[in-house]
Design a protein around this ligand. Structure first.
Ligand code: C2E
Ligand code: MG
Ligand code: MG
Length: 694
């Protein structure tokens, strides 16, 4: 190689390195801004997107010109002013559109954004080359040009993909490196596809900008990019420090435990999620709930409970390390955050550390007390990219932990906790179902088994959900019990059933189910009394159905309320007998008016010897205590015959009537009466059935 060529070659390499470096630094700054755009919302997001586009666009603009100049640095060349400006506009707009699409959430959004950017970069090259005038001629190789296009599109898609789907904290830098590499690769592809034929006799038009002026403009652009990038970095850092200070000030707001409060937690969560998003690391949120704390308050009083919570908070605070945060939500609920590495063990470690706090007993009024906490956690962004969702995930996991053994730790699991989420949504709907008129009562007739006379009807609640259709009480009653909504629903059912009965629409006694939760209200008897007065129904025509768990949960209170009801003249039936404790003590503790034998035994009659034996025992028990038995769930004539033969007084089941709405009740009464009249003769001498007098 002659010495002149060697110098030109070295000069050419230096320009390529400069083009790559300009692109690297400019896009690195741009990617920082892009990461901030992804972590923010609304107008702030567009502000960051604009900054990212100007930074990256200017860097691409500069590097495009340098890489063109590097094709032959010794050549006398110049650029058209219009093309030079147009290239800058195309660069910024392509980056803006590319980043905007790239930061959206649909599948392949980053890759599509990258393709838009890549296309922009190619257009920039085409315009820049079109506006490049040399003293000589340029010849292009078609394959080389195609190669350049493919490289441009592919690598820019990869760059935005890396920036938007970070798996490590290095991905952000990876995106800048890929773009810089793209500029260099495109340059070499272009070099390989061009042949320059210098013509010293040719002259350049005077309106063109000489290459060295463009070179100076490029240097100025690089400085501008660096300067603006650095200053926004400083401003951003400062405002973040300010918000960190604000969090610090808000931090000590829970006066009792001295821990940060809920507001401080929310601020910290917003800050940490944005940071985690930007730096592509993980963040775990924890919901910590002390088990059985209500009992402590009940037994030792509230001030002792407060002292205990202070001790719990103190112990937990001592375990907190760097990157970890603890707050008090309310009562005995605490919240935690951990800026973690990428390993799920980090989060479990934190939860375990908190659980260990409870390993040593606490002292309340000189007595050792053992406590535990149920802990749930969820990881950002693995479980959810939404910060509000993160905490609600952690809470769902905590509730699952609570339903397990005391002191359990549960990690959020989409399959398991989404069911709980759906249940909660349903529970919310249930709160207002009565107001929206979605609830109704169905009535199922009860008959005397010996003579087939209709003696009453049980009121059964129905819920017509606007989206899900008819929902079974077996599903929504437990839900209403969990949330306490059953108190209002139960009152509504009682009022509706009493009104229907008082208006003469229901034959005989109307039976209404009462939930154990309704017994937690001291005023249950008074409420029912008021309903009877309002509707004008005689207490003799009302029967309440309770299960054994009603009495078991708080025996003294339960029995006290039942006695009040009985004193008013209301009869009380024991529902679902045989499924719970079925204890003699319960039957002894209170003079029930009826035992309702659970349908699970009736279903197996008459073939199943064990079921038959149990049924006989219950019937004998009822006879010895003087309490009539009603068999639930009679579906076949064989079951009816067996029960009637064994002396069971009453029955209820699909054989006689299904639960129906009030409008269909007269038809159901007719059908049941007709059915019994045709059938009774087969095994009883009883007269034709009739509706029992009220
Ligand atoms: P439950 O009080 O034992 O009511 C009897 C259930 O057995 C009703 O189910 C009834 O439709 C069903 N059933 C009646 N005869 C037959 C039969 O021959 N075969 C079969 N397979 N099933 C029969 P439903 O209406 O789905 O109610 C389920 C449970 O929901 C009730 O059991 C009761 O515990 C609760 N529930 C219903 N309404 C209310 C209410 O207003 N308040 C409260 N607290 N609980 C209610
Ligand atoms: Mg019942
Ligand atoms: Mg029952």
């Amino acid at each position: 190689m002659p010495p002149d060529t060697v110098i030109a070659f070295a000069y050419h390499q230096i320009l390529v390195v400069i083009a790559g470096s300009v692109c690297l630094f400019g896009t690195w700054v741009g990617m920082r801004h892009f990461a901030r755009a992804r972590a923010t919302e609304g107008t702030t997001r567009y502000g960051w997107l604009f900054m990212a586009s100007v930074g990256t666009g200017a860097a691409l603009w500069a590097s495009t010109f340098i890489s063109i100049l590097a094709l032959d640095p010794s050549l006398n060349s110049a650029f058209e002013p219009f093309a030079t400006g147009a290239v800058l506009i195309v660069a910024v707009v392509a980056c803006l559109v590319g980043f905007e699409i790239g930061s959206r959430h649909f599948t392949l959004a980053p890759e599509l954004g990258g393709l838009v950017m890549g296309s922009g970069i190619l257009v920039m090259h085409v315009i820049a080359l079109k506006g490049w005038h040399i003293t000589g001629t340029v010849q292009w190789n078609v394959y080389g040009v195609v190669m350049t296009f493919v490289l441009g599109l592919g690598l820019s898609a990869l760059a935005v993909n890396r920036a938007n789907r970070p798996v490590t904290r290095w991905c952000r830098h990876g995106a800048a490196i890929v773009l810089a590499f793209m500029i260099c690769a495109m340059h070499y592809a272009m070099t390989a596809s061009t042949t320059l034929f210098p013509d010293p006799s040719a002259t350049l038009a005077t309106y063109l900008i000489p290459a060295h002026t463009v070179g100076i403009a490029v240097v100025a652009a690089v400085l501008l990019v660096m300067g603006s990038g650095f200053s926004t970095y400083v401003i951003d850092l400062r405002s973040r420090t300010e918000s960190a200070n604000r969090i610090h000030q808000l931090s000590f707001n829970d006066t009792m435990t001295g821990l940060p409060n809920r507001i401080a937690f929310n601020e910290r969560l917003a800050f940490d999620t944005a940071d985690a998003h930007e730096k592509a690391h993980k963040l775990a949120a924890f919901s910590i709930d002390v088990d059985g704390f209500k009992d402590i308050n009940d037994v030792f009083g509230h001030s002792a409970g407060d002292l205990l919570l202070i001790e719990v908070a103190d112990r937990m605070r001592r375990t907190i390390g760097p990157g970890e945060f603890l707050a008090r939500q309310s009562g005995d609920e605490f919240l935690g955050l951990q800026v973690s590495g990428n390993h799920p063990h980090d989060a479990h470690g934190f939860a375990f550390k908190i659980a260990q706090v409870f390993a040593q007993p606490f002292t309340v009024q000189g007595q050792p007390v053992r406590l535990s906490a149920s802990i749930g956690y969820s990881i950002f962004p693995t479980d959810t990219p939404e910060r509000d969702q993160l905490l609600s995930n952690a809470k769902l996991a905590m509730h699952r932990a609570k339903s397990k053994q005391r002191g359990s730790i549960c990690m959020y699991s989409r399959e398991m906790d989404d069911t709980a989420r759906a249940r909660r949504a349903l529970a919310r709907d249930l709160q207002t179902a009565a107001e929206r008129g979605e609830l109704s009562l169905h009535y199922q007739l009860q008959t005397s088994l010996a003579d087939g006379k209709i003696c009453g009807a049980e009121a059964l609640m129905r819920w017509q959900h606007p989206k899900r259709g008819m929902i079974s009480p077996a599903e929504f009653i437990p839900l209403a019990e969990e949330t306490g909504a059953i108190v209002l629903l139960g009152e509504w059912a009682m009022r509706t059933a009493c009104r229907d009965a008082a208006e003469g629409k229901i034959p005989g006694t109307v039976a209404v189910n009462l939930s154990p939760v309704q017994f937690s209200r001291e005023d249950l008897a008074e409420t029912i009394h008021a309903i009877l007065l309002d509707t004008g129904l005689s207490p003799r025509r009302l029967e309440v159905e309770v299960t054994e768990s009603t009495i078991m949960s708080d025996q003294t209170r339960g029995l006290h309320i039942l006695r009040k009801l009985k004193a008013m003249g209301i009869s009380v039936a024991m529902d679902d007998f045989g499924t719970g404790y079925s204890s003699l003590a319960t039957l002894h503790a209170f003079p029930f008016d009826k035992i309702k034998l659970d349908q699970s035994f009736v279903k197996r009659l008459p073939g199943d010897a064990a079921a038959a034996a149990i049924v006989r025992t219950v019937l004998a028990l009822g006879a010895s205590l003087g309490i009539p038995v009603l068999a639930e769930g009679i579906e076949t004539e064989a079951q009816w015959q067996f029960l009637a033969g064994e002396g069971c007084a009453k029955g209820q089941g699909y054989l006689f009537a299904r639960p129906v709405g009030l409008a269909q009740l007269p038809a159901a009464i007719d059908a049941a009466a007709r059915f019994v009249r045709n059938d009774t003769a087969e095994f009883t001498d009883a007269a034709a059935p009739a509706v029992a007098a009220a």
